[in-house]
Design a protein around this ligand. Structure first.
Ligand code: MN
Length: 213
């Protein structure tokens, strides 16, 4: 089955004022749609046309060399954006506030406190040079959450050797300029601060539970 663009779980203007409707529209209907189209075009007729995108990005080395970069970028973009829409929710209506339960315990164990985690994540997001993502990942081996960042549309699932960041991502933040420039221009730190108001911690907690399973 070819990849398909998922419907957003909220209205385009639901994340305002933190993420504006025009940005959401262009980001989902143009940028994400292009990743889907280009990934499908690259995989059409290959042995990987039926492989799920989350699995495909862990098997890039199996692709013919002339397909690897385009699938890395576009299947990566599809996985990353599908994740991103799900971990967002309208402020005060599923978005913002603080994590609780297992997720909060894991954050406290790894970073000392929720505030220290936020500072470390914001630092990774701010310092990512050019286009990329900041991630909170569960590391199964040492049973610990870690923060890292990737370039372009790389995803920690691609592995440390490729992405420079590994583990199972449970929270990702898109810091490409296309994610914030209409509203925040060059003020990436303001976009990162606003992001905390629309994080769907219940979804992040589900991601952690799935990563641990
Ligand atoms: Mn994006």
């Amino acid at each position: 089955m070819p990849y398909t663009l998922p419907a957003l779980p909220y209205a385009l203007n639901a994340l305002e004022p933190h993420i504006d409707a025009k940005t959401m529209e262009i980001h989902s209907q143009k940028h994400h749609a292009a990743y889907v189209t280009n990934a499908n075009k690259a995989l059409e007729g290959t042995a990987f046309a039926d492989v799920q995108a989350e699995v495909m990005i862990t098997r890039l080395a199996e692709l013919p060399e002339d397909k690897r970069a385009v699938v890395r970028n576009n299947a990566g973009g599809h996985v990353n954006h599908s994740h991103f829409w799900r971990i967002l929710a309208p402020a005060g209506n599923g978005g913002g506030g603080t994590p609780s339960g297992d997720l909060l315990e894991a954050i406290n164990a790894a970073f000392g406190s929720f505030d220290q985690f936020k500072a470390q994540f914001a630092d990774a997001a701010t310092k990512r040079f050019g286009s990329g993502w900041a991630w909170l990942c569960w590391h199964k081996g040492d049973k610990k959450l870690k923060v890292c960042s990737t370039a372009n549309q790389d995803n920690p699932l691609m592995g440390g050797a490729l992405a420079g960041c590994e583990g199972t991502p449970i929270l990702g933040l898109d810091v490409w300029e296309h994610a914030y420039y209409l509203n925040y221009q060059n003020r990436r730190p303001d976009y990162i601060s606003a992001f905390w108001n629309v994080v769907n911690w219940a979804e992040v907690a589900r991601n952690l539970a799935a990563a641990k399973a």
